[in-house]
Design a protein around this ligand. Structure first.
Ligand SMILES: [Zn+2]
Length: 168
């Protein structure tokens, strides 16, 4: 799929719908999967409105669709930045203040002992985001928490409601 960048958005959408292209191929072709998804009605990741618990003009906080723990969330900039090394200082400041708030709220709502933060946007193209991963009392402390196995997303409407209320 070296020629992906030569195709129109419509042609790429058709390939995604046919299961021939995933986010990895877009990244390799230097097309941002997050922005492509947003510009094309959630064709890659689906509609995540039900998982979103905070939004303003610059940032979105949402529960991830393949979590490593209950309450695993991500904070993403609305504007495209490839990775953290590319963001301006003001955005850097704002996203970390927001992350601090979200981490406290997640710890409270999910009753975890701690919440870990990481960012590792990599590859020819990516979209800057922070990941917040709860660590529960029954789990050991340490970096293994960053690579806990992915789970199926289970919707908990009550917890999402609480997250939204506390993030206001
Ligand atoms: Zn992007």
């Amino acid at each position: 799929m070296d020629d992906l960048k030569q195709l129109s958005a419509e042609e790429i959408v058709a390939l995604i719908k046919a299961g021939k292209v995933r986010n990895k191929e877009l990244t390799d072709a230097e097309i941002c999967p997050t922005c492509f998804n947003k510009e094309n009605n959630g064709v890659l990741f689906g509609d995540d409105t039900d998982k979103t618990f905070y939004e303003d003009d610059k940032f979105t906080c949402f529960l991830v669709g393949n979590p490593r723990a209950e309450g695993h969330a991500a904070i993403s900039t609305k504007k495209h930045f490839k990775d953290m090394m590319e963001i301006d200082d003001k955005t850097c400041e704002e996203i970390f203040v927001l992350a601090k708030k979200a981490m406290n709220v997640i710890r409270e709502v999910y009753k975890s002992e701690s919440v870990y933060l990481c960012t590792m946007c990599d590859g020819p193209m990516n979209h800057f985001h922070l990941q917040l991963i709860p660590r529960f009392s029954f789990e050991e402390r340490g970096s293994d928490n960053f690579v806990k196995p992915r789970q199926d997303y289970k919707e908990d409407k009550e917890k999402i409601k609480l997250l939204r209320e506390k993030m206001k």
